[in-house]
Design a binder for this molecule. Structure first.
Ligand code: SF4
Length: 180
């Protein structure tokens, strides 16, 4: 009886120690990544782990790989990580918001539940971005425009920025629309 009690106590102590170490490591990882405390169910940032497959919505003809997906209990929440700082305005760049909205739409289709928001983690700050009806509509319009452009035989340039053309990977094939 005495030996059994000692063995049981030992098992409980070891289990508590392992739980504590796991908890400490998870908390440390959370501090390093700056992510909110939630279970990470998908991640595409760790080069030491096998790459995750993309999220696919055949209905929207949309494919994407968010940096993280968090399980916050009621919702699966996408996280996009940026190497730049948050703009001085305190508002995320519109292009980043649209990219995050695309991940929200993919989560909606793949997991069957629309997330109410997503996160953009800038170098200096984490921003919670609401996935509103307006943002969703803007995304759907943008996707429709992109899909129409993909099927068109010629597309008109949408900007007047020569620097953008100078850094564009498609400049070699752009023809007269190119600004440089
Ligand atoms: S080179 Fe063509 S495709 Fe690239 S940014 Fe300029 S206009 Fe757009």
């Amino acid at each position: 009886m005495g030996v059994a009690l000692v063995a049981l106590t030992l098992i409980i102590v070891i289990w508590l120690a392992v739980t504590y170490v796991v908890w400490q490591r998870a908390a440390a990882a959370q501090r390093v990544t700056g992510l909110p405390r939630a279970k990470v169910v998908y991640e595409d940032m760790c080069s030491a782990l096998p790459p995750e497959g993309p999220l696919v919505s055949e209905a929207r003809r949309l494919v994407g790989k968010p940096d993280y997906l968090l399980d916050e209990g009621d919702y699966i929440i996408p996280v996009e990580v940026k190497s730049t700082s948050l703009p001085r305005s305190g508002e995320p760049y519109p292009g980043h918001v649209l990219q995050l909205a695309a991940y929200c739409l993919l989560v909606e289709d793949v997991y069957g539940k629309r997330p109410p928001y997503g996160y953009i983690r800038y170098r200096d700050k984490m921003v919670r971005v609401p996935y509103t009806d307006e943002v969703r509509m803007l995304l759907l319009r943008t996707l429709a425009d992109m899909q129409a452009a993909l099927e068109a035989t010629s597309v008109v340039r949408s900007h007047r920025d020569p620097w953008r053309c100078a850094r564009c990977g498609l400049a070699y094939a752009c023809g007269r629309e190119r600004l440089m």
